[in-house]
Design a protein around this ligand. Structure first.
Ligand SMILES: Cc1cc2nc3c(=O)[nH]c(=O)nc-3n(C[C@H](O)[C@H](O)[C@H](O)COP(=O)(O)OP(=O)(O)OC[C@H]3O[C@@H](n4cnc5c(N)ncnc54)[C@H](O)[C@@H]3O)c2cc1C
Length: 322
């Protein structure tokens, strides 16, 4: 599949930026990983229409082209060998918020809008329902795809619908939230469905009460979690009735290292890429911790972080726990 030709055609057609062989590390919070064949940052939602056209003119079936929509990269680890496909990066042109006027509780936001920015915007209008996103360093699109959640709340609680660009169909489609099969950190969206906007139904509340909840969430995070750099938040989903971090800690793995990747000393479900770490280090650490937790407790942890591109199988021998 000639992705370079697709990228060149896209560059001729689109208003947004099209980069060939662009490094992906700066586009994620982990700051590791190789390059993508093409990174497309659309200048508007309409600019996405040029992607299937570019594929067809390069003799590539849009339904077959490997694509990955990317928000703020706060839940994604790209392989050191990169991604042999097209990354669609949702940039500033898709960061906007509308609604919340004249007592309206309906709010719409562009896919690239920062979740904490949206939470603060809603709080200023005394609207409740998105407070839990205040410490989630992702975008609205990534939040929908992952059904991001914290402090007992999740995107699914207030999301009413999304507007999606379907690359295979070459068309924009409105999808009601009930059709997205939103569940614990999952949705039915495929990589070929790029969320361009999301609509939420919020609840009126006292502004000071909304702000107080956000402040308590912020404080809790600051005390219990490392910051947003060089990690992607919770590495594993919590298994039913338990917490992944509790299991990792109980297995004696706080501070455990593989290469230059390390289980956080502060929160055992956060894995940190220290300076010099590779994406493979992070992958190996995840596999190693999974294996150790399975051996010790018989619980198979499921990664919440998304690994994209080729990774080598787990190494046979890994660094010892500190
Ligand atoms: C310090 C820290 C704390 C975190 N805390 C939490 C937390 O409390 N709760 C929680 O749920 N998560 C948490 N996360 C993880 C992450 O922030 C969320 O999953 C967030 O929703 C991801 O958004 P993103 O834009 O960064 O997604 P990305 O990493 O860019 O993408 C994640 C997935 O969404 C897809 N995607 C992104 N944008 C779109 C789009 N426009 N259309 C379709 N698909 C798209 C990608 O293809 C990928 O599959 C945390 C991360 C960090 C670093």
């Amino acid at each position: 599949m000639n992705l370079r030709t697709v990228g060149e055609r896209l560059r001729e057609l689109a208003d947004g930026e099209v980069a060939l062989e662009r490094s992906l590390a700066p586009l994620t919070t982990y700051r590791v990983g190789g390059s993508a064949a093409v990174v497309f940052e659309p200048a508007s939602a309409q600019d996405l229409l040029h992607l299937p056209t570019a594929c067809i003119s390069a003799g590539v079936d849009p339904a077959e082209v490997p694509v990955l929509p990317l928000g703020r990269g706060s839940n994604t680890v790209f392989s050191d060998r990169g991604f042999d496909g097209i990354v669609i990066r949702m940039g500033p042109s898709l960061s906007w918020i509308r609604g919340g006027q004249d007592d309206s509780t309906r709010v719409a936001a562009g896919a690239a809008t920062s979740l904490p920015f949206l939470a603060n915007w809603a709080a200023r209008r005394s609207l409740s329902g998105l407070e839990f996103t205040v410490g989630i360093p992702g975008s609205v699109g990534g939040g929908v795809r992952m059904n991001a959640g914290a402090h007992g709340g999740a995107v699914a609680d207030t999301l009413t619908s999304v507007e999606v660009f379907d690359i295979a169909a070459g068309a924009f489609i409105g999808i009601p939230a009930r059709e997205l099969a939103l569940d614990y950190r999952r949705s039915a969206l495929s990589e070929k469905q790029v969320v361009v906007a999301a609509a939420f139904e919020l609840l009126p509340d006292e502004g000071h009460a909304v702000r107080a909840r956000m402040e308590s969430y912020r404080k809790h995070r600051a005390e219990t979690q490392p910051g947003a750099l060089q990690n992607a938040g919770s590495t594993f989903k919590n298994p039913p009735g338990d917490a992944a971090g509790r299991l990792v800690e109980a297995a004696g793995l706080k501070g455990h290292r593989v290469g230059a990747a390390q289980v956080s000393d502060l929160h055992a479900n956060f894995f940190i890429a220290s300076p010099g770490a590779t994406a493979q280090d992070v992958f190996d650490l995840v596999q190693d911790v999974r294996r150790r937790v399975l051996d010790r407790f018989g619980v198979e942890l499921e990664p919440e972080v998304r690994f994209v591109g080729p990774f080598d199988s787990p190494v046979a021998s890994v660094g010892a726990a500190r």
